[in-house]
Design a protein around this ligand. Structure first.
Ligand SMILES: [Mn+2]
Length: 304
């Protein structure tokens, strides 16, 4: 790692950590897939008129090395990388890796600030149980992240949850801790704008920053075959991107895109969705004047 410069406003870092996947592997190649297909894109968005190249220096900080078979050491590596990027003033944009990285990514930011952080989480799965297979696998990140002193489960907003892959152990924790869950059915009834409004209200209630975690499996598996736990019935990509743009408009302290698994992908379309999540978030931050706002949070910079 370490390719970014002090004047950069955004740093993309990959995480090869994929030891938290419980069945279908391959998310360690997610950063490669997103990098490869990102060659299709220009920095300019026609609908909004935003040209990212005019607004920011975007730097690829390389991959965080994970230690195969050792989740805790991998998590330490990831938190160090994220806190280093965040402390530099750059906005961390993390490409996973499986969803177990949600915990060390949020921890890396939370350690650099005394401020309180909310989380907006796109997923078909709750990911709130303490352990899976007796380890902190990919259904567990929010159990651990909401144990952090400045991250409350009451500011965790979980969008798109549903289907037949939500372990009941996670349901119990989500209810006990009072996370905020909107299923696909809820969102269909509320509409996209109202959903975003509710998500912002809950994630920002008594907090100073919001982190976005985007699991690509929140999108209907017909559009994202390259993922660990595909599940029919999720968001159409257009609707997920619309909500994402609306919630990013208030500013973020970091973004992660997880569970892109290129070995299962077809024509790189899942990696392409992953790329859109990053550029659409950046486009919204630029359009709403929120790029760089996260720097006000840094009051405990981490030095290595
Ligand atoms: Mn998921």
């Amino acid at each position: 790692m370490g390719l970014w410069t002090s004047d950069s406003k955004g740093a993309v870092a990959g995480s090869r950590s994929a030891g938290g996947a419980t069945y279908r592997p391959g998310a360690r190649f997610g950063p490669q897939g997103v990098r490869r297909i990102s060659a299709l894109y220009t920095p300019y968005n026609y609908e909004t008129g935003v040209d990212l190249r005019e607004q920011m220096t975007l730097c690829d900080a390389g991959d965080v090395f994970a230690i195969p078979g050792n989740l805790e050491k991998s998590f330490d590596q990831i938190s160090k990388g994220v806190s280093h990027i965040f402390s530099s003033g750059a906005l961390p944009l993390i490409v996973g890796g499986d969803h177990s990285i949600g915990y060390p990514c949020v921890r890396g930011i939370a350690e650099c600030t005394s401020k309180r952080i909310g989380i907006i989480h796109f997923d078909r799965h709750l990911d709130t149980q303490a352990k899976d297979m007796d380890e902190g696998m990919h259904p567990t990140p929010w159990y651990w992240a909401t144990n952090l002193p400045n991250v409350s489960a009451k500011n965790l907003v979980q969008l798109g949850i549903g289907g037949w892959q939500v372990p009941r152990a996670g349901v119990e924790v989500a209810r006990d801790r009072e996370t905020n869950i909107l299923t696909i059915d809820d969102i269909e009834k509320l509409g996209l704008e109202k959903t975003a409004e509710i998500a912002l209200e809950l994630a920002w209630k008594d907090t100073d920053a919001v982190y976005i975690s985007f699991d690509v499996d929140s999108i209907d598996c017909g559009f994202v075959p390259g993922t660990g736990w595909p599940e029919p019935g999720g968001f159409p990509p257009r609707e997920a991107l619309r909500i994402l743009g609306l919630v990013a408009a208030e500013g973020i302290c970091g973004l992660e895109v997880v569970e892109v698994s290129p070995p299962y992908d077809t024509s790189d379309i899942t990696s392409l969705v992953g790329t859109r999540i990053i550029v659409d978030t950046l486009g919204s931050l630029v359009a709403h004047g929120k790029l760089g706002a996260h720097r006000a949070l840094i009051d405990k910079p981490v030095k290595f």
